[in-house]
Design a protein. Structure first.
Length: 168
C-alpha cells in the first residue's frame, strides 16, 4: 500500500521539480538575455526589473533543487568513511536522513511563520514588480514538506532494500 502511494507522490514530485525548474530557469535566462541585448543594442533601453526576476528564480531553484537532490541522493554527506569502513554506511545514511528530516521540519515551521508574517504586511512587495513577498516565502514550507516526503520515501526504499537483502 505504501509503495503505490510513494510511487504516485514520487512521480508527481518529479514532474513538479523538473518542469518548475525548467520553466523558471528559462524565464530567468530569457529575461537576462533580453536585458543584455537591449543594453548593448540600444543606449537607453533596459529591463529595470530583470535583476529582480533572476534573483527570485535563483531563490526558487535553490530550494527546489534541494528537493531534486534528495531524489537523486546527491545532497552533501559523509561518503569517505563508508568507503573506508563499509559497516558505517547504514548508520551514517540514517544520520544523514534524520538530519534532513529535522532540517525540513524546521524549514516548514519557520517558512510558514515567515509566510504568514509577510501575508499580514500589505507593504511587503518586491521592489520593482510589486509582487507580494509572501508568494516567495511560501516556497519555503512547500519545499520543506517536499524534502520531508522525499526523505521519507528514501528511508522506506532503504528499509525495503535491506529487508529484501535479508531474505536472500
Amino acid at each position: 500500500m505504501f509503495k503505490k502511494t510513494f510511487t504516485t507522490i514520487d512521480r508527481f514530485f518529479k514532474h513538479l521539480e523538473e518542469w518548475s525548474l525548467f520553466l523558471t530557469v528559462c524565464i530567468a535566462l530569457f529575461t537576462a538575455m533580453a536585458n543584455v541585448i537591449l543594453r548593448k543594442a540600444t543606449s537607453d533601453l533596459s529591463l529595470y526589473w530583470s535583476d529582480e526576476v533572476v534573483r527570485k528564480v535563483i531563490f526558487f531553484s535553490t530550494y527546489m533543487g534541494c528537493v531534486a537532490a534528495i531524489r537523486h541522493r546527491s545532497l552533501i554527506r559523509i561518503d569517505a568513511l563508508p568507503q573506508m569502513f563499509p559497516a558505517l554506511k547504514r548508520p551514517l545514511t540514517l544520520l544523514s536522513n534524520i538530519s534532513i528530516l529535522i532540517f525540513s521540519a524546521v524549514m516548514v515551521y519557520l517558512g510558514w511563520s515567515m509566510t504568514t508574517m509577510m501575508y499580514g504586511d500589505e507593504y511587503a512587495r518586491t521592489a520593482t514588480l510589486q509582487i507580494p513577498e509572501y508568494l516567495f516565502y511560501a516556497i519555503l514550507p512547500l519545499t520543506g514538506a517536499m524534502m520531508f516526503l522525499r526523505t521519507a520515501i528514501n528511508i522506506c526504499d532503504d528499509w525495503s532494500a535491506a529487508s529484501t537483502r535479508g531474505r536472500d
